[in-house]
Write a protein that binds this ligand. Structure first.
Ligand code: NAD
Length: 436
């Protein structure tokens, strides 16, 4: 099928390449000329495992192309819209400027029978607001939220755990949903749940899922706060409650909390939208979820200061990580960088290393020192703090090796991902989050 993908960021670039890899003819469109130039050369403009391979293959096959010209969308059967919906500068609500601009830019190139499939995460009610403009062209608007995880985006796009299609009331024969089923044919053929809903439900499914995940992380981080004042170990607590199948162990990793381009802005946009709808109190707990999350970054700083004897001024601290999570170079609202910046603000000499995110981090926070080589970054450090759980240290850094590089023997584990017993046995002061 001929497809267009409007917005070629983390979501859209992966979506375009993944759709070409399952046999569609895809044009990716973005207003960012540099991004389009890079994608057209088969170079992923960000780090995402497997993306370069499917980009190169898609371009070589002739099925995948990229352009800044919206007119290239003409002739496609389905137009996916995956532009950004960031937090507004002066409030919690989502900024829908880019969604509106993308839809307006697309309208002149639509033909009757086309499908416009919104993939951006939007406040409930957005699709109903956009639908009349789309439907006036004879095309149909569906909302098809995206659940991909950065770091697993290619796999999640081709083989998602569920597909959701929000369709207009008038689509009683399910035609629009059937076209989406054709688009996602490999997943549909293997029996992936395909849930057809109204617009509002599809929009809410996405924000509810993110609200739940954020709540789960902040729940365990709240338990970490209690563990800290009671002498309990939150990692054992998480293991023990996680054995209950109703609870589950995933997303119960206590540490410096969540970040990235989705969870923080999505829970805030959800709160803002609920307030507009007169039901702010229904998701009032999300403010608490946000507050707990932000407190953990400060707590990691406090722990580091205290481990260094009460002051970090002129102490050399190596920060292991910059990306908001491993397998990504995304530093949007990264707790890792936030901790690094705060320590720098307290006068520490901060050296940051990260396998993928240094370039992005340097652009956002040029005041920090960045070193690509992990061992070079560790050299002469008074203390080391783990803020992103990359395998490069979680799995591959032994305390014995680190001891040959650092000046001090203090490890603050902001992700509770290092082997506490092994580091202690090697003579290090190990401090985790919510652990004695
Ligand atoms: P991003 O900032 O990486 O990409 C957005 C892209 O849209 C940019 O390349 C930008 O240049 C482009 N754009 C803006 N206005 C445009 C226009 N008028 N026409 C064409 N292109 C335009 O953002 P992202 O992380 O890809 O997120 C996009 C949407 O997907 C957001 O709503 C986000 O919440 C949602 N989402 C993201 C993820 C994720 O893991 N990144 C997962 C699920 C959902």
């Amino acid at each position: 099928m001929r497809l267009s993908v409007i917005g070629c960021g983390y979501l859209g670039a992966v979506h375009a390449a993944a759709m070409a890899s399952i046999g569609h003819e895809v044009v990716g469109i973005d207003v960012d000329e540099r991004k389009i130039a890079s994608l057209s050369r088969g170079e992923a403009p960000f780090f995402e495992p497997g993306l370069t391979e499917i980009l190169t293959e898609g371009i070589a096959s002739g099925r995948l192309s990229f352009t800044t010209d919206m007119a290239a969308a003409a002739g496609a059967k389905v137009h996916f819209v995956g532009v950004g919906t960031p937090q507004q500068k002066d409030g919690y609500a989502a900024d829908l400027t880019y969604v509106n601009a993308a839809i307006d830019g697309l309208l002149p190139h639509l033909s009757p029978g086309d499908i416009v499939a919104g993939k951006s995460t939007v406040p409930v009610g957005t699709a109903a607001g956009l639908a009349p403009r789309v439907h006036a062209t004879g095309a149909t608007l569906v909302w098809n939220p995206e659940f991909l995880r950065e770091g697993w985006a290619v796999q999640d796009t081709i083989d998602p755990d569920r597909l959701v299609a929000g369709v207009p009331d008038a689509d009683s024969d399910g035609e629009a949903a059937n076209i989406l089923r054709e688009v996602y044919h490999p997943a549909v053929a293997k029996g992936t749940p395909f849930i057809v809903t109204d617009y509002a439900t599809a929009e809410l499914v996405k924000v509810a899922a993110n609200a739940f995940l954020a709540t789960k992380i902040s729940f365990i981080n709240a338990m970490a706060e209690i563990a800290e004042v009671s002498g309990a170990d939150v990692t054992q607590l998480a293991d023990a409650i996680g054995h209950d199948a109703r609870i589950g162990r995933r997303f119960l990793g206590a540490g410096i909390g969540f970040g990235g381009g989705c969870l923080p802005k999505d829970i805030r946009a959800f709160s803002a939208r609920a307030e507009e709808l007169g039901r702010g109190e229904s998701v009032g707990f999300l403010r608490e979820v946000d507050a707990i999350n932000l407190r953990r970054r400060e707590r990691a700083v406090e722990i580091t200061v205290s481990a260094l004897g009460g002051a970090v001024f002129e102490k050399k601290i190596t920060v292991l990580g910059a990306a908001f999570k491993p397998h990504s170079d995304d530093i949007r609202d990264s707790p890792a960088l936030d901790v690094a910046v705060r320590l720098h603000g307290l006068g520490a000499s901060v050296t940051v290393t990260d396998p993928a995110a240094i370039e992005n981090a340097r652009r956002a926070h040029p005041q920090l020192t960045y070193v690509e080589d992990r061992d070079e970054a560790l050299r002469d450090a008074d203390a080391v703090i783990v803020v992103t759980e990359w395998d490069e240290w979680r799995r591959d850094l032994s305390p014995e090796h680190a001891s040959t590089l650092t000046a001090g023997r203090i490890l603050v584990d902001g992700r509770n991902c290092m082997d506490a017993a092994a580091w202690r046995a090697a003579g290090w002061t190990y401090v985790g989050m919510g652990r004695p």
